[in-house]
Design a protein around this ligand. Structure first.
Ligand code: MRU
Length: 482
């Protein structure tokens, strides 16, 4: 039986091939290590210097974490009798002119396909339906999606443009209410619009300013996630005689973040640094981000891991088989209370009971000082069919009443430390978080920034073969503009 709510026409294309093997792979790996040394970003951006280049650098960095030498398989035709998961990682989003291509995360690990969007409302649909998911990824994708609509409104009259852009921003923000990165990124792009003038006649200036802000967000995220992974690696204590056993929940790798990842970014930094790690991967009911996405990413990265049912975590902790818990976050309130994928709170309570350190890994962009505490964080409730069906197969009597909160809140007193791009923040969290937010703002202002780096460009971006491929015109999903 298939999911009866899924009535939309497919908008799919096989993902383009991954980065080439051999020299290309070596180069990508070298770039990855330079990122952690802190110099990739400005160096690479200074050479190629344009928005598309920044996204390509992000993609290469993510590809280098995973296996850039593997070959992508797209679509069912390549699937043998016993299906093997496709390989060949691509960044979860990339662009060709006027089109944002999203890896369709609903279909992984069976099929690696992209889904195309061309407007903010189509982007909101893709976010709501979890074609793209993960707090940092939906922030970046939401920002770019908004610029697609701004681009189409270059010649629209000011009042109509303002209504379109404000409506589009609202639709995007409401697509997923818990992850603050989405609201934050959309509001930043809208602020760039307001700075030009909300009723300005100059549609080109508006579209260009919004685009520059979206590119800046991608640029900063790449740097932030590299810093976060470095701080996280420093925080971990590795046993001499065996791997460090880390338990994680949901998916916090490049698919969820666009770049290195948060909790999984730390894991992969440790792996690349030659430190022995073994990851317990919670399957993450009901949507199975752990089983479908984290296990897939770790397999490609060559990180040893074992998939466990969510309900087995307590047993492993009681047996002394978990050294640390490392999870991501969708929103961190001013007092440190943290919303993350449902089931995280349960892990934190178990960790406290068994004396296991419980770390949240999140960029400062996930901290929301305007939300005072966990009780004030909106928790998204999702549709019943995500619980009643597992990948299209019915597992409960039809019409069974369901409650499906997608997130829960871990009180700050259960958190050992928040690993961020401004270092590891510990209790008292209100002070630590406020200081970290201020430091990040200073860093942002004092860094050369994307605009400066791209303005210094000396050469246009070299065309990227796979990104230049003309896409056949697909049917546009029937998304209602609000
Ligand atoms: O519902 P999802 O899959 O978007 O939830 C994702 C998570 O809860 C992640 O842990 C979170 O976004 C933080 S890190 C990417």
């Amino acid at each position: 039986m298939t999911d009866p709510t899924d009535t939309r026409p497919p908008e799919a294309e096989p993902a383009p091939p991954a980065a080439p093997a051999g020299d290309g792979a070596d180069l990508a790996r070298r770039r990855f290590f330079r990122q952690f040394a802190g110099d990739l970003f400005h160096g690479a951006a200074g050479v190629v210097g344009a928005a598309q280049a920044i996204q390509r650098v992000s993609a290469e960095a993510a590809s280098a974490i995973l296996d850039p030498s593997s070959v992508a398989i797209g679509g069912a035709a390549a699937v043998p009798v016993v299906p093997a998961p496709p390989t060949g990682f691509r960044t979860p989003f990339r662009e060709t002119p006027g089109v944002l291509h999203l890896v369709d995360q609903r279909k992984l690990p069976d099929v690696l396909e992209e889904y195309r969007v061309r407007t903010a409302s189509e982007t909101a649909f893709a976010i709501r339906e979890m074609i793209v998911r993960g707090a940092p990824a939906i922030g970046q994708v939401g920002a770019i999606g908004l610029t697609l609509t701004a681009d189409k409104a270059r010649t629209t009259r000011p009042y109509a443009r303002r209504a379109t852009l404000r409506g589009a921003a609202k639709t995007l923000i409401n697509a997923r209410p818990t992850a603050v990165n989405l609201r934050w990124a959309v509001e930043r792009v809208m602020a760039a619009y307001e700075a030009v003038g909300d009723l300005s006649e100059d549609g080109d200036a508006i579209a260009d300013a919004m685009r520059a802000e979206a590119d800046t967000i991608v640029f900063e995220t790449t740097e932030d996630h590299g810093r976060l992974a470095t701080f996280g690696l420093e925080e971990l204590t590795f046993p001499e005689d065996r791997p460090l056993r880390i338990l994680t929940h949901c998916n916090t790798g490049p698919l969820a973040c666009g770049q290195f990842g948060t909790a999984l970014g730390v894991v992969q930094a440790a792996h690349h640094a030659g430190r022995a790690v073994h990851v317990w991967v919670d399957e993450t009911r009901p949507y199975l981000q752990g089983a479908r996405l984290t296990a897939w990413e770790l397999a490609q990265a060559g990180v040893p891991h074992t998939l466990i049912p969510d309900v087995a975590a307590g047993h492993l902790m009681a047996n002394g088989e978990v050294d640390a818990i490392l999870v991501g976050a969708d929103r961190i309130a001013a007092n440190g209370d943290t919303a993350n994928k449902v089931g995280t709170y349960t892990l934190a309570v178990l960790a406290a009971r068994h004396g296991v350190p419980f770390f949240v890994a999140a960029p400062i962009s996930t901290v929301d000082l305007a939300t005072p505490d966990g009780a004030s964080i909106p928790i998204e409730e999702r549709k019943a069919n995500e619980v009643l069906f597992v990948r299209g197969v019915s597992i409960a009597p039809p019409d069974t009443e369901v409650r499906n909160p997608a997130f829960d809140v871990t009180p700050s007193d259960l958190i050992t430390g928040i690993v961020s791009d401004e270092g590891v923040i510990r209790a008292p969290f209100p002070e630590g978080l406020a200081e970290a937010v201020a430091r990040r703002e200073l860093r942002r202002k004092s860094a050369p920034g994307f605009a400066a780096v791209s303005a210094a460009a000396i050469a246009p971006v070299a065309p990227v073969a796979d990104a230049e491929e003309p896409a056949p015109p697909p049917p546009t999903p029937a998304v209602v503009e609000s």
